[in-house]
Design a protein around this ligand. Structure first.
Ligand code: G3H
Length: 539
C-alpha cells in the first residue's frame, strides 16, 4: 500500500481484542488522605486520538472520563498533604529511610501487576506505540529501582560521623515539605514518576496532578498508592490547571513545584505563590534542539539519527530534534535520503506491528502544524517529502520543510510534532547565532568527523545548552546522566541521584568534640534513640 492509501485508511481497521477498550473507563475515584473517594461533580470526557469510522467519516473515540475537580476539592487534597507532613513531624517525613524504601518496594510490586492495563491506556489516550508504551512502563520501573539503590547508597554515605576543626557532625538529607507534582502528556507515567518517586522517598508528601492527556492509567495505581504509603502522603487532583493548580500555589503551602510542561504555565504557577523565596522549583520546559550536520558528516548516520531525533513518538518529546541545520554542500543528498527514510516509516494505530507514526492526542494539533507549513511556504519554503503534511483527522504525516529561514514561525516556535524544518548553512555562524539567540537551551546534536571542528563546537556549545550529543540524536537517558537545560528550557537538574538532592535539603547535627558531647552522642547511637543521629547501615 502506498503512503497516501495508508494515511487514508488509517482508522479503517478492526481493533485487536487484546487491545480493545470495551467500555469507556469512567474514572470517578480520586485518592485523598489514604481514602479512595468518589467524585460526584462534573466529569471531563476523554477522547482517544484513535478515531473510528462513521457514515460521516472518522471521529475521535470516547474512551472514558476523569473528575473535573474544583478549587475546594483541590484545596482539601492539599490540606491533607500538609497535615501528613505536619511541619516535618508527620509519620512519613520521620520514618526511617529503610522503612520508606519498604513502602516504595511494596508500591513497585503492585504497579508491575498493572503493566498491561497501563500500557493499553497509554496507547489509547496518547497514541504512543505498543513498544514505546511498554518501554515507558519498564523504564519507569527501572527508574524506581535505581532510585532505591541510590537512596541506599546515599544513606550509607550519611551513616557516619565526621570530625572537622574539633566539631563532630553528622550530615543527612531531609525532606522539604509538600510537593505539587505535575507531569507532561508525552511521558505521563515516566516523567511524572521521575519527580514523584524521588519526592516521596525523600520524605515529602505529594499532591499529584496528572498531565492534560494520559490520565486514565492513574486509576490503575490508586489502590497501590493507598495501600503502600501512610494516609495523606499521596493525594491526586484532576481537572483544569487554572481551576486546581493555581489555587494550590496561591495558598503558599506548596513547598516544591515539580512541573514538566511549558515555561508559560510554569511562570504563571510560580507567580501565584505568595512567598517565591520559599518555593523550590524543579522544571522541565520548552526546547527546540537543533541538529547540525557538518560538511564532513557521515550522511547515513546523520539521516538515521536526525530521523529518530525528529520523529520518535511523532516528534512529541521535549528532547526531539526540532530544527536541522545542514551544510549546503550536503543538503540535496540529505533531503533526498531523509525523505526516503520517512517513506519507510509505517503510519498506523499504536498496536500495529512495526508502526512508527501514529495519531496525535492534542486537539487542534494537525491544524496548528498545517498553519506552520502554510506560513513557511508563503515565505519561500517547500514541503520536500512525498505526502508531507497530509492530514486525516488526528493523524498528521511528517513534513520536511526546506529551505527554512528566520522569518518563518517554524524557525523559532517549538512545534512538538512531526514537522522537520531544515536550514541550509554555508558557515557555522548560522547555527551558532541561532543557538545563542534562541530562548531555549536544552541540547544540540552535532554530526561531523573533523576533530578540530567538533572540539571547537563542543567548547562553544557547552556554554549554550546542557548537553552536546556527538553523532547521535538528543535524548534524556541514561537516567543516571544529568537532565537539565538553560534559559527557558529548565530549572534544576534531574537524574536518579540529582532528583534525590532537589527534593531534599542537607541538615546536620553538630557538637563540639568535648567528653560530655562524645558521651551524649555515643549513648544516642548505642541506644538507637534517633533516626537522624544514627550510624545504622541499610543492608
Ligand atoms: O519529553 C522529554 C523527555 O524527557 C524525553 O526523554 O529523550 O528519553 O525521550 P527521552
Amino acid at each position: 500500500m502506498g503512503v497516501a492509501e495508508s494515511i487514508k485508511g488509517i482508522f479503517q481497521k478492526d481493533i485487536p481484542a487484546k487491545f480493545s477498550v470495551k467500555n469507556p473507563v469512567n474514572q470517578t475515584e480520586y485518592l485523598i488522605n489514604g481514602e479512595i473517594r468518589q467524585w460526584k461533580g462534573p466529569q471531563k470526557v476523554i477522547y482517544s486520538p484513535v478515531c473510528f469510522e462513521t457514515a460521516d467519516g472518522a471521529v475521535p473515540r470516547e474512551i472514558g472520563s476523569i473528575p473535573l475537580m474544583d478549587e475546594s476539592a483541590a484545596l482539601e487534597a492539599l490540606e491533607f498533604a500538609v497535615a501528613a507532613y505536619n511541619h516535618g513531624k508527620g509519620e512519613w517525613p520521620c520514618l526511617k529511610v529503610e522503612e520508606r524504601l519498604r513502602c516504595l518496594e511494596q508500591f513497585t510490586i503492585r504497579m508491575k501487576e498493572r503493566r498491561d492495563e497501563i500500557v493499553n491506556l497509554l496507547m489509547w489516550e496518547i497514541g504512543k506505540t505498543y513498544s514505546d508504551s511498554c518501554k515507558e512502563f519498564d523504564r519507569t520501573v527501572e527508574y524506581i529501582l535505581a532510585t532505591m539503590n541510590a537512596v541506599r547508597e546515599m544513606d550509607h554515605a550519611a551513616s557516619k560521623l565526621t570530625i572537622e576543626e574539633g566539631i563532630i557532625g553528622q550530615i543527612r538529607r531531609s525532606p522539604l515539605g509538600v510537593v505539587l507534582c505535575m507531569g507532561p502528556f508525552n511521558y505521563p507515567l515516566n516523567e511524572t514518576f521521575t519527580t514523584l518517586i524521588p519526592a516521596l522517598i525523600m520524605g515529602n508528601t505529594v499532591v499529584f496532578k496528572p498531565a492534560k492527556h494520559g490520565v486514565l492509567f492513574v486509576r490503575q495505581l490508586l489502590e497501590a498508592f493507598r495501600d503502600s504509603f501512610p494516609a495523606g502522603v499521596v493525594n491526586t487532583v484532576y481537572g483544569e490547571g487554572k481551576q486546581v493548580a493555581g489555587p494550590l500555589m496561591a495558598t503558599g503551602k506548596v513547598d516544591v513545584l515539580a512541573f514538566i510542561g511549558t515555561s508559560r504555565v510554569a511562570d504563571t504557577l510560580k507567580k501565584q505563590h505568595p512567598s517565591p523565596h520559599r518555593l523550590r522549583c524543579i522544571l522541565g520546559l520548552d526546547a527546540k534542539n537543533p541538529g547540525i550536520v557538518l560538511e564532513n558528516a557521515d550522511l547515513e548516520l546523520s539521516v538515521k539519527e536526525c530521523l529518530l531525533g525528529a520523529l520518535s513518538f511523532n516528534g512529541q518529546r521535549c528532547t526531539a530534534i526540532k530544527i536541522v541545520f545542514v551544510h549546503r554542500s550536503l543538503s540535496d543528498r540529505f533531503l533526498s535520503r531523509f525523505s526516503e527514510e520517512i517513506a519507510k516509516l509505517v503510519p498506523g494505530l499504536p498496536w500495529e506491528e512495526n508502526v512508527a507514526l501514529t495519531p496525535l492526542p492534542e486537539p487542534g494539533k494537525p491544524e496548528y502544524l498545517t498553519e506552520l507549513i502554510r506560513d513557511a511556504v508563503s515565505l519561500g519554503a517547500r514541503v520536500v517529502n512525498q505526502c508531507g503534511g497530509t492530514v486525516n483527522q488526528t493523524f498528521f504525516y511528517p513534513a520536511v520543510l526546506y529551505p527554512v529561514n528566520h522569518k518563518m514561525r517554524i524557525y523559532s516556535e517549538e512545534q512538538f510534532g512531526p514537522l522537520i524544518p531544515v536550514v541550509p548553512f554555508d558557515d557555522l555562524e548560522t547555527p551558532g547565532k541561532y543557538i545563542v539567540e534562541s530562548n531555549f537551551g536544552q541540547q544540540v546534536s552535532i554530526f561531523g568527523s573533523d576533530p578540530g571542528q567538533v572540539a571547537g563546537l563542543v567548547d562553544l556549545l557547552t556554554n549554550q545548552v546542557s548537553r552536546v550529543n556527538l553523532n547521535c540524536q538528543c535524548q534524556r537517558g541514561p537516567d543516571s546522566f544529568p537532565f537539565t537545560g538553560r534559559k527557558d528550557s529548565a530549572e534544576g537538574t534531574l537524574s536518579v541521584t540529582d532528583a534525590l538532592r532537589v527534593f531534599s535539603i542537607r541538615s546536620l547535627v553538630a557538637a563540639k568534640s568535648t567528653d560530655q558531647n562524645k558521651n551524649l552522642i555515643n549513648t544516642i547511637l548505642k541506644e538507637r534513640k534517633s533516626n537522624f543521629l544514627s550510624t545504622d547501615f541499610i543492608l
